[in-house]
Design a protein around this ligand. Structure first.
Ligand code: MG
Length: 163
């Protein structure tokens, strides 16, 4: 089996929706980014690619490429999952920690878990999403943005069944 770790952070930017793990969160500013700024999915993509040693999100979806401007990060994750399958890997489990002063993550965690599980083709019981504040420390603690850490395991696909 292989382990992967991913990290991402983005600062808030008004005038766009906040999308976390494919869930649009009402009444919050969005995140400044070339794509939709889905900081959870970006960290998850880097964890998956890292586990397979297949590069990183920047090498797959360069922010200099207008094709990814405003991109739906859920579609990017689905494409990475297909690439992992092609390389002979399936996701074992995923554990995500979201650090921000707002919004509160827990009320949205179930929907985020089910979104991620569907894209990764794993049961929801294999996906964990936890929210924390930074106890007012540093820029995240000042409420300027959101930071995400993600850890995953990959297992080899069964060569007989492809599952
Ligand atoms: Mg990002």
């Amino acid at each position: 089996m292989r382990i992967g770790f991913g990290y991402d952070s983005h600062r808030f930017e008004s005038g766009k929706p906040l999308v976390l793990g494919g869930v649009t969160i009402p009444d919050e500013d969005g995140l400044k980014a070339h794509s939709d700024g889905d900081v959870i999915i970006h960290a998850v993509i880097d964890a998956l690619l890292g586990a397979a040693a297949l590069g990183d999100i920047g090498s797959h979806f360069p922010d200099t490429d207008s094709a990814w401007k405003g991109a739906d990060s859920a579609l990017l994750l689905a494409s990475v999952v297909r690439e992992l399958f092609a390389a002979g890997w399936k996701t074992g489990n995923l554990d995500v920690t979201v650090i921000c002063e707002h919004p509160r993550i827990r009320p949205h965690a179930a929907k985020i878990r089910s979104n991620l599980a569907e894209i990764l083709k794993v049961p929801e019981s294999a996906v964990s999403v936890k929210g924390k504040t930074n106890e007012k420390l540093d820029d995240i603690g000042a409420g300027l943005g959101i930071e995400v850490h993600a850890v995953c395991l990959l297992f080899p696909l069964d060569s007989a069944t492809g599952v």
